[in-house]
Design a protein. Structure first.
Length: 442
């Protein structure tokens, strides 16, 4: 994790203090359940919780010192707790194995992280919808292969992004449900030395589902689902960031990132205003996607367990969630303050001499009796003259002067096919499909 791309709330989830608090709750809730089942003294559970209720400072440095000797993180933690609690601490971890603590803790941390990411997505959706509605009928050129195609609106571009991120929110909610499971099943998952009711109690207290069957670990296909979902969200971030980057190119300049007073774009060239935020988002998306592969490779473990997944998850758990949290917040800011230039969009629309209306003329010719092949040839031979003139010629004028075209279409019929509003007639219907309700409150 790099502090430059981290926000405090998400980072706190992965701090040792939070991890050890979760470890304690797992152990203490399990102790409560065992006490109710009569397998440990109730006084022991009470003594452990009484100590915790004093709000002790978790001595991370001391736990690290113990681990340096015992070479085992869970044993080091339990040893430190025993030093604070006294003899009653011997009843902690009865019938449990380290993975019960580690895997259940990871589930809690991923749940906490996903809840923040869902909030991030909600905030982003509000901003995208606001800007989409603002530019619902702002005409711009649609491009395929980077080349002028037909008119769209800038609002439709943003509505597309809204629908994509709404799907991402649904995906992440499902991935959260999938990964938020608790396993307190003991060595190799047989419950030989611990009652399954202990697991159910801990799961309820921590807001997790019970893992139906664990080996000695929670199955890692759940985690693979989670991290690959983060990768999909990151790819959507990159898609929208790339759109902004293209629109900010000098030759296009239909939209650009907000450039604050006093901001500098280049150490050498004072005129520069670069799309640095969206370029940064592109790079961050690559990093989040990179964590999906090791998560997939973690699925195949030896027999009932090995720890080849452990070192991987110590990296990808914090890094993927912290990076995505930062990226979503940054993208929200970019779209919120995005500078949009409708006049430049209009100029670009007109730049190629009306070529963007070629399909309508093609269709009109076929409806007037020409074969599709002949209609295509008639329109294309005029369109190529406009293309080669770099828009200096007018497609409308050339068509009106083409006797083969005017033999089939009257001048008014040709002119009618160059009406920009024709392309916007279903925008309301598309917005209804995407939003289907009044705007969300900010």
């Amino acid at each position: 994790m790099i502090p430059r791309y981290a926000r405090p709330r998400m980072t706190a989830i992965w701090e040792p203090e939070n991890k050890y608090r979760i470890w304690f709750e797992i152990e203490a809730h399990a102790l409560d359940a065992m006490a109710e089942l009569g397998t440990v003294p109730k006084d022991a559970a009470r003594k452990v919780w009484d100590w915790w209720s004093t709000g002790p400072t978790i001595d991370v440095a001391r736990i690290d010192e113990i681990e340096a000797v015992v070479k085992h993180d869970v044993i080091a933690f339990l040893t430190w707790v025993a030093d604070q609690v006294g003899p009653e601490a011997r009843f902690l971890h009865q019938g449990m194995t380290s993975s019960d603590v580690l895997d259940t803790c990871l589930a809690v941390q991923l749940k906490q992280a996903a809840e923040i990411l869902l909030e991030d997505l909600d905030a982003l959706l509000v901003v995208i919808e606001r800007r989409a509605r603002e530019h619902k009928l702002t005409p711009t050129i649609g491009r395929s292969h980077g080349i002028h195609a037909e008119p769209v609106t800038f609002g439709l571009k943003l509505a597309f992004a809204y629908a994509e991120f709404e799907r991402n929110r649904e995906r992440l909610a499902r991935a959260l449900d999938d990964v938020a499971t608790c396993a307190i099943s003991g060595a190799v998952g047989t419950f030989a030395n611990i009652d399954p009711r202990v697991e159910a109690h801990v799961a309820e207290k921590l807001g997790l589902a019970v893992e139906p069957i664990s080996t000695q670990v929670i199955p890692r296909d759940r985690h693979a689902h989670f991290f690959t979902t983060l990768a999909v969200v990151a790819s959507s971030i990159e898609r929208l960031a790339t759109e902004v980057r293209h629109l900010q190119r000098t030759e296009v300049l239909e939209a650009e990132e907000y450039f604050s007073p006093g901001q500098k774009g280049s150490s050498a060239m004072p005129h520069k205003r670069n799309p640095v935020l969206t370029e940064n988002l592109t790079g961050l998306a690559r990093m989040v996607r990179a964590y999906a592969v090791p998560a997939l490779e973690n699925v195949a473990l030896w027999h009932e367990r090995d720890i080849s997944h452990s070192s991987v998850e110590r990296y990808i758990g914090p890094d993927a969630t912290i990076t995505l949290d930062f990226a979503l917040a940054r993208l929200t800011g970019v779209i919120d303050k995005l500078l949009v230039y409708p006049e430049r969009m209009a100029r670009n629309l007109d730049r190629m001499g009306g070529l963007v209306h070629s399909q309508r003329v093609l269709l009109a010719l076929t409806q007037a009796g020409a074969s599709r092949e002949d209609a295509y040839r008639l329109v294309q031979r005029n369109a190529m003259k406009v293309w080669e003139s770099d828009g200096a010629l007018s497609l409308l004028d050339l068509l009106k002067g083409d006797t083969d075209v005017t033999a089939l279409l009257q001048t008014s019929e040709i002119e009618e096919r160059f009406d920009l509003d024709y392309h916007l007639k279903h925008v309301d219907s598309i917005f209804e499909r995407v939003f289907g309700r009044p705007p969300k409150a900010a």
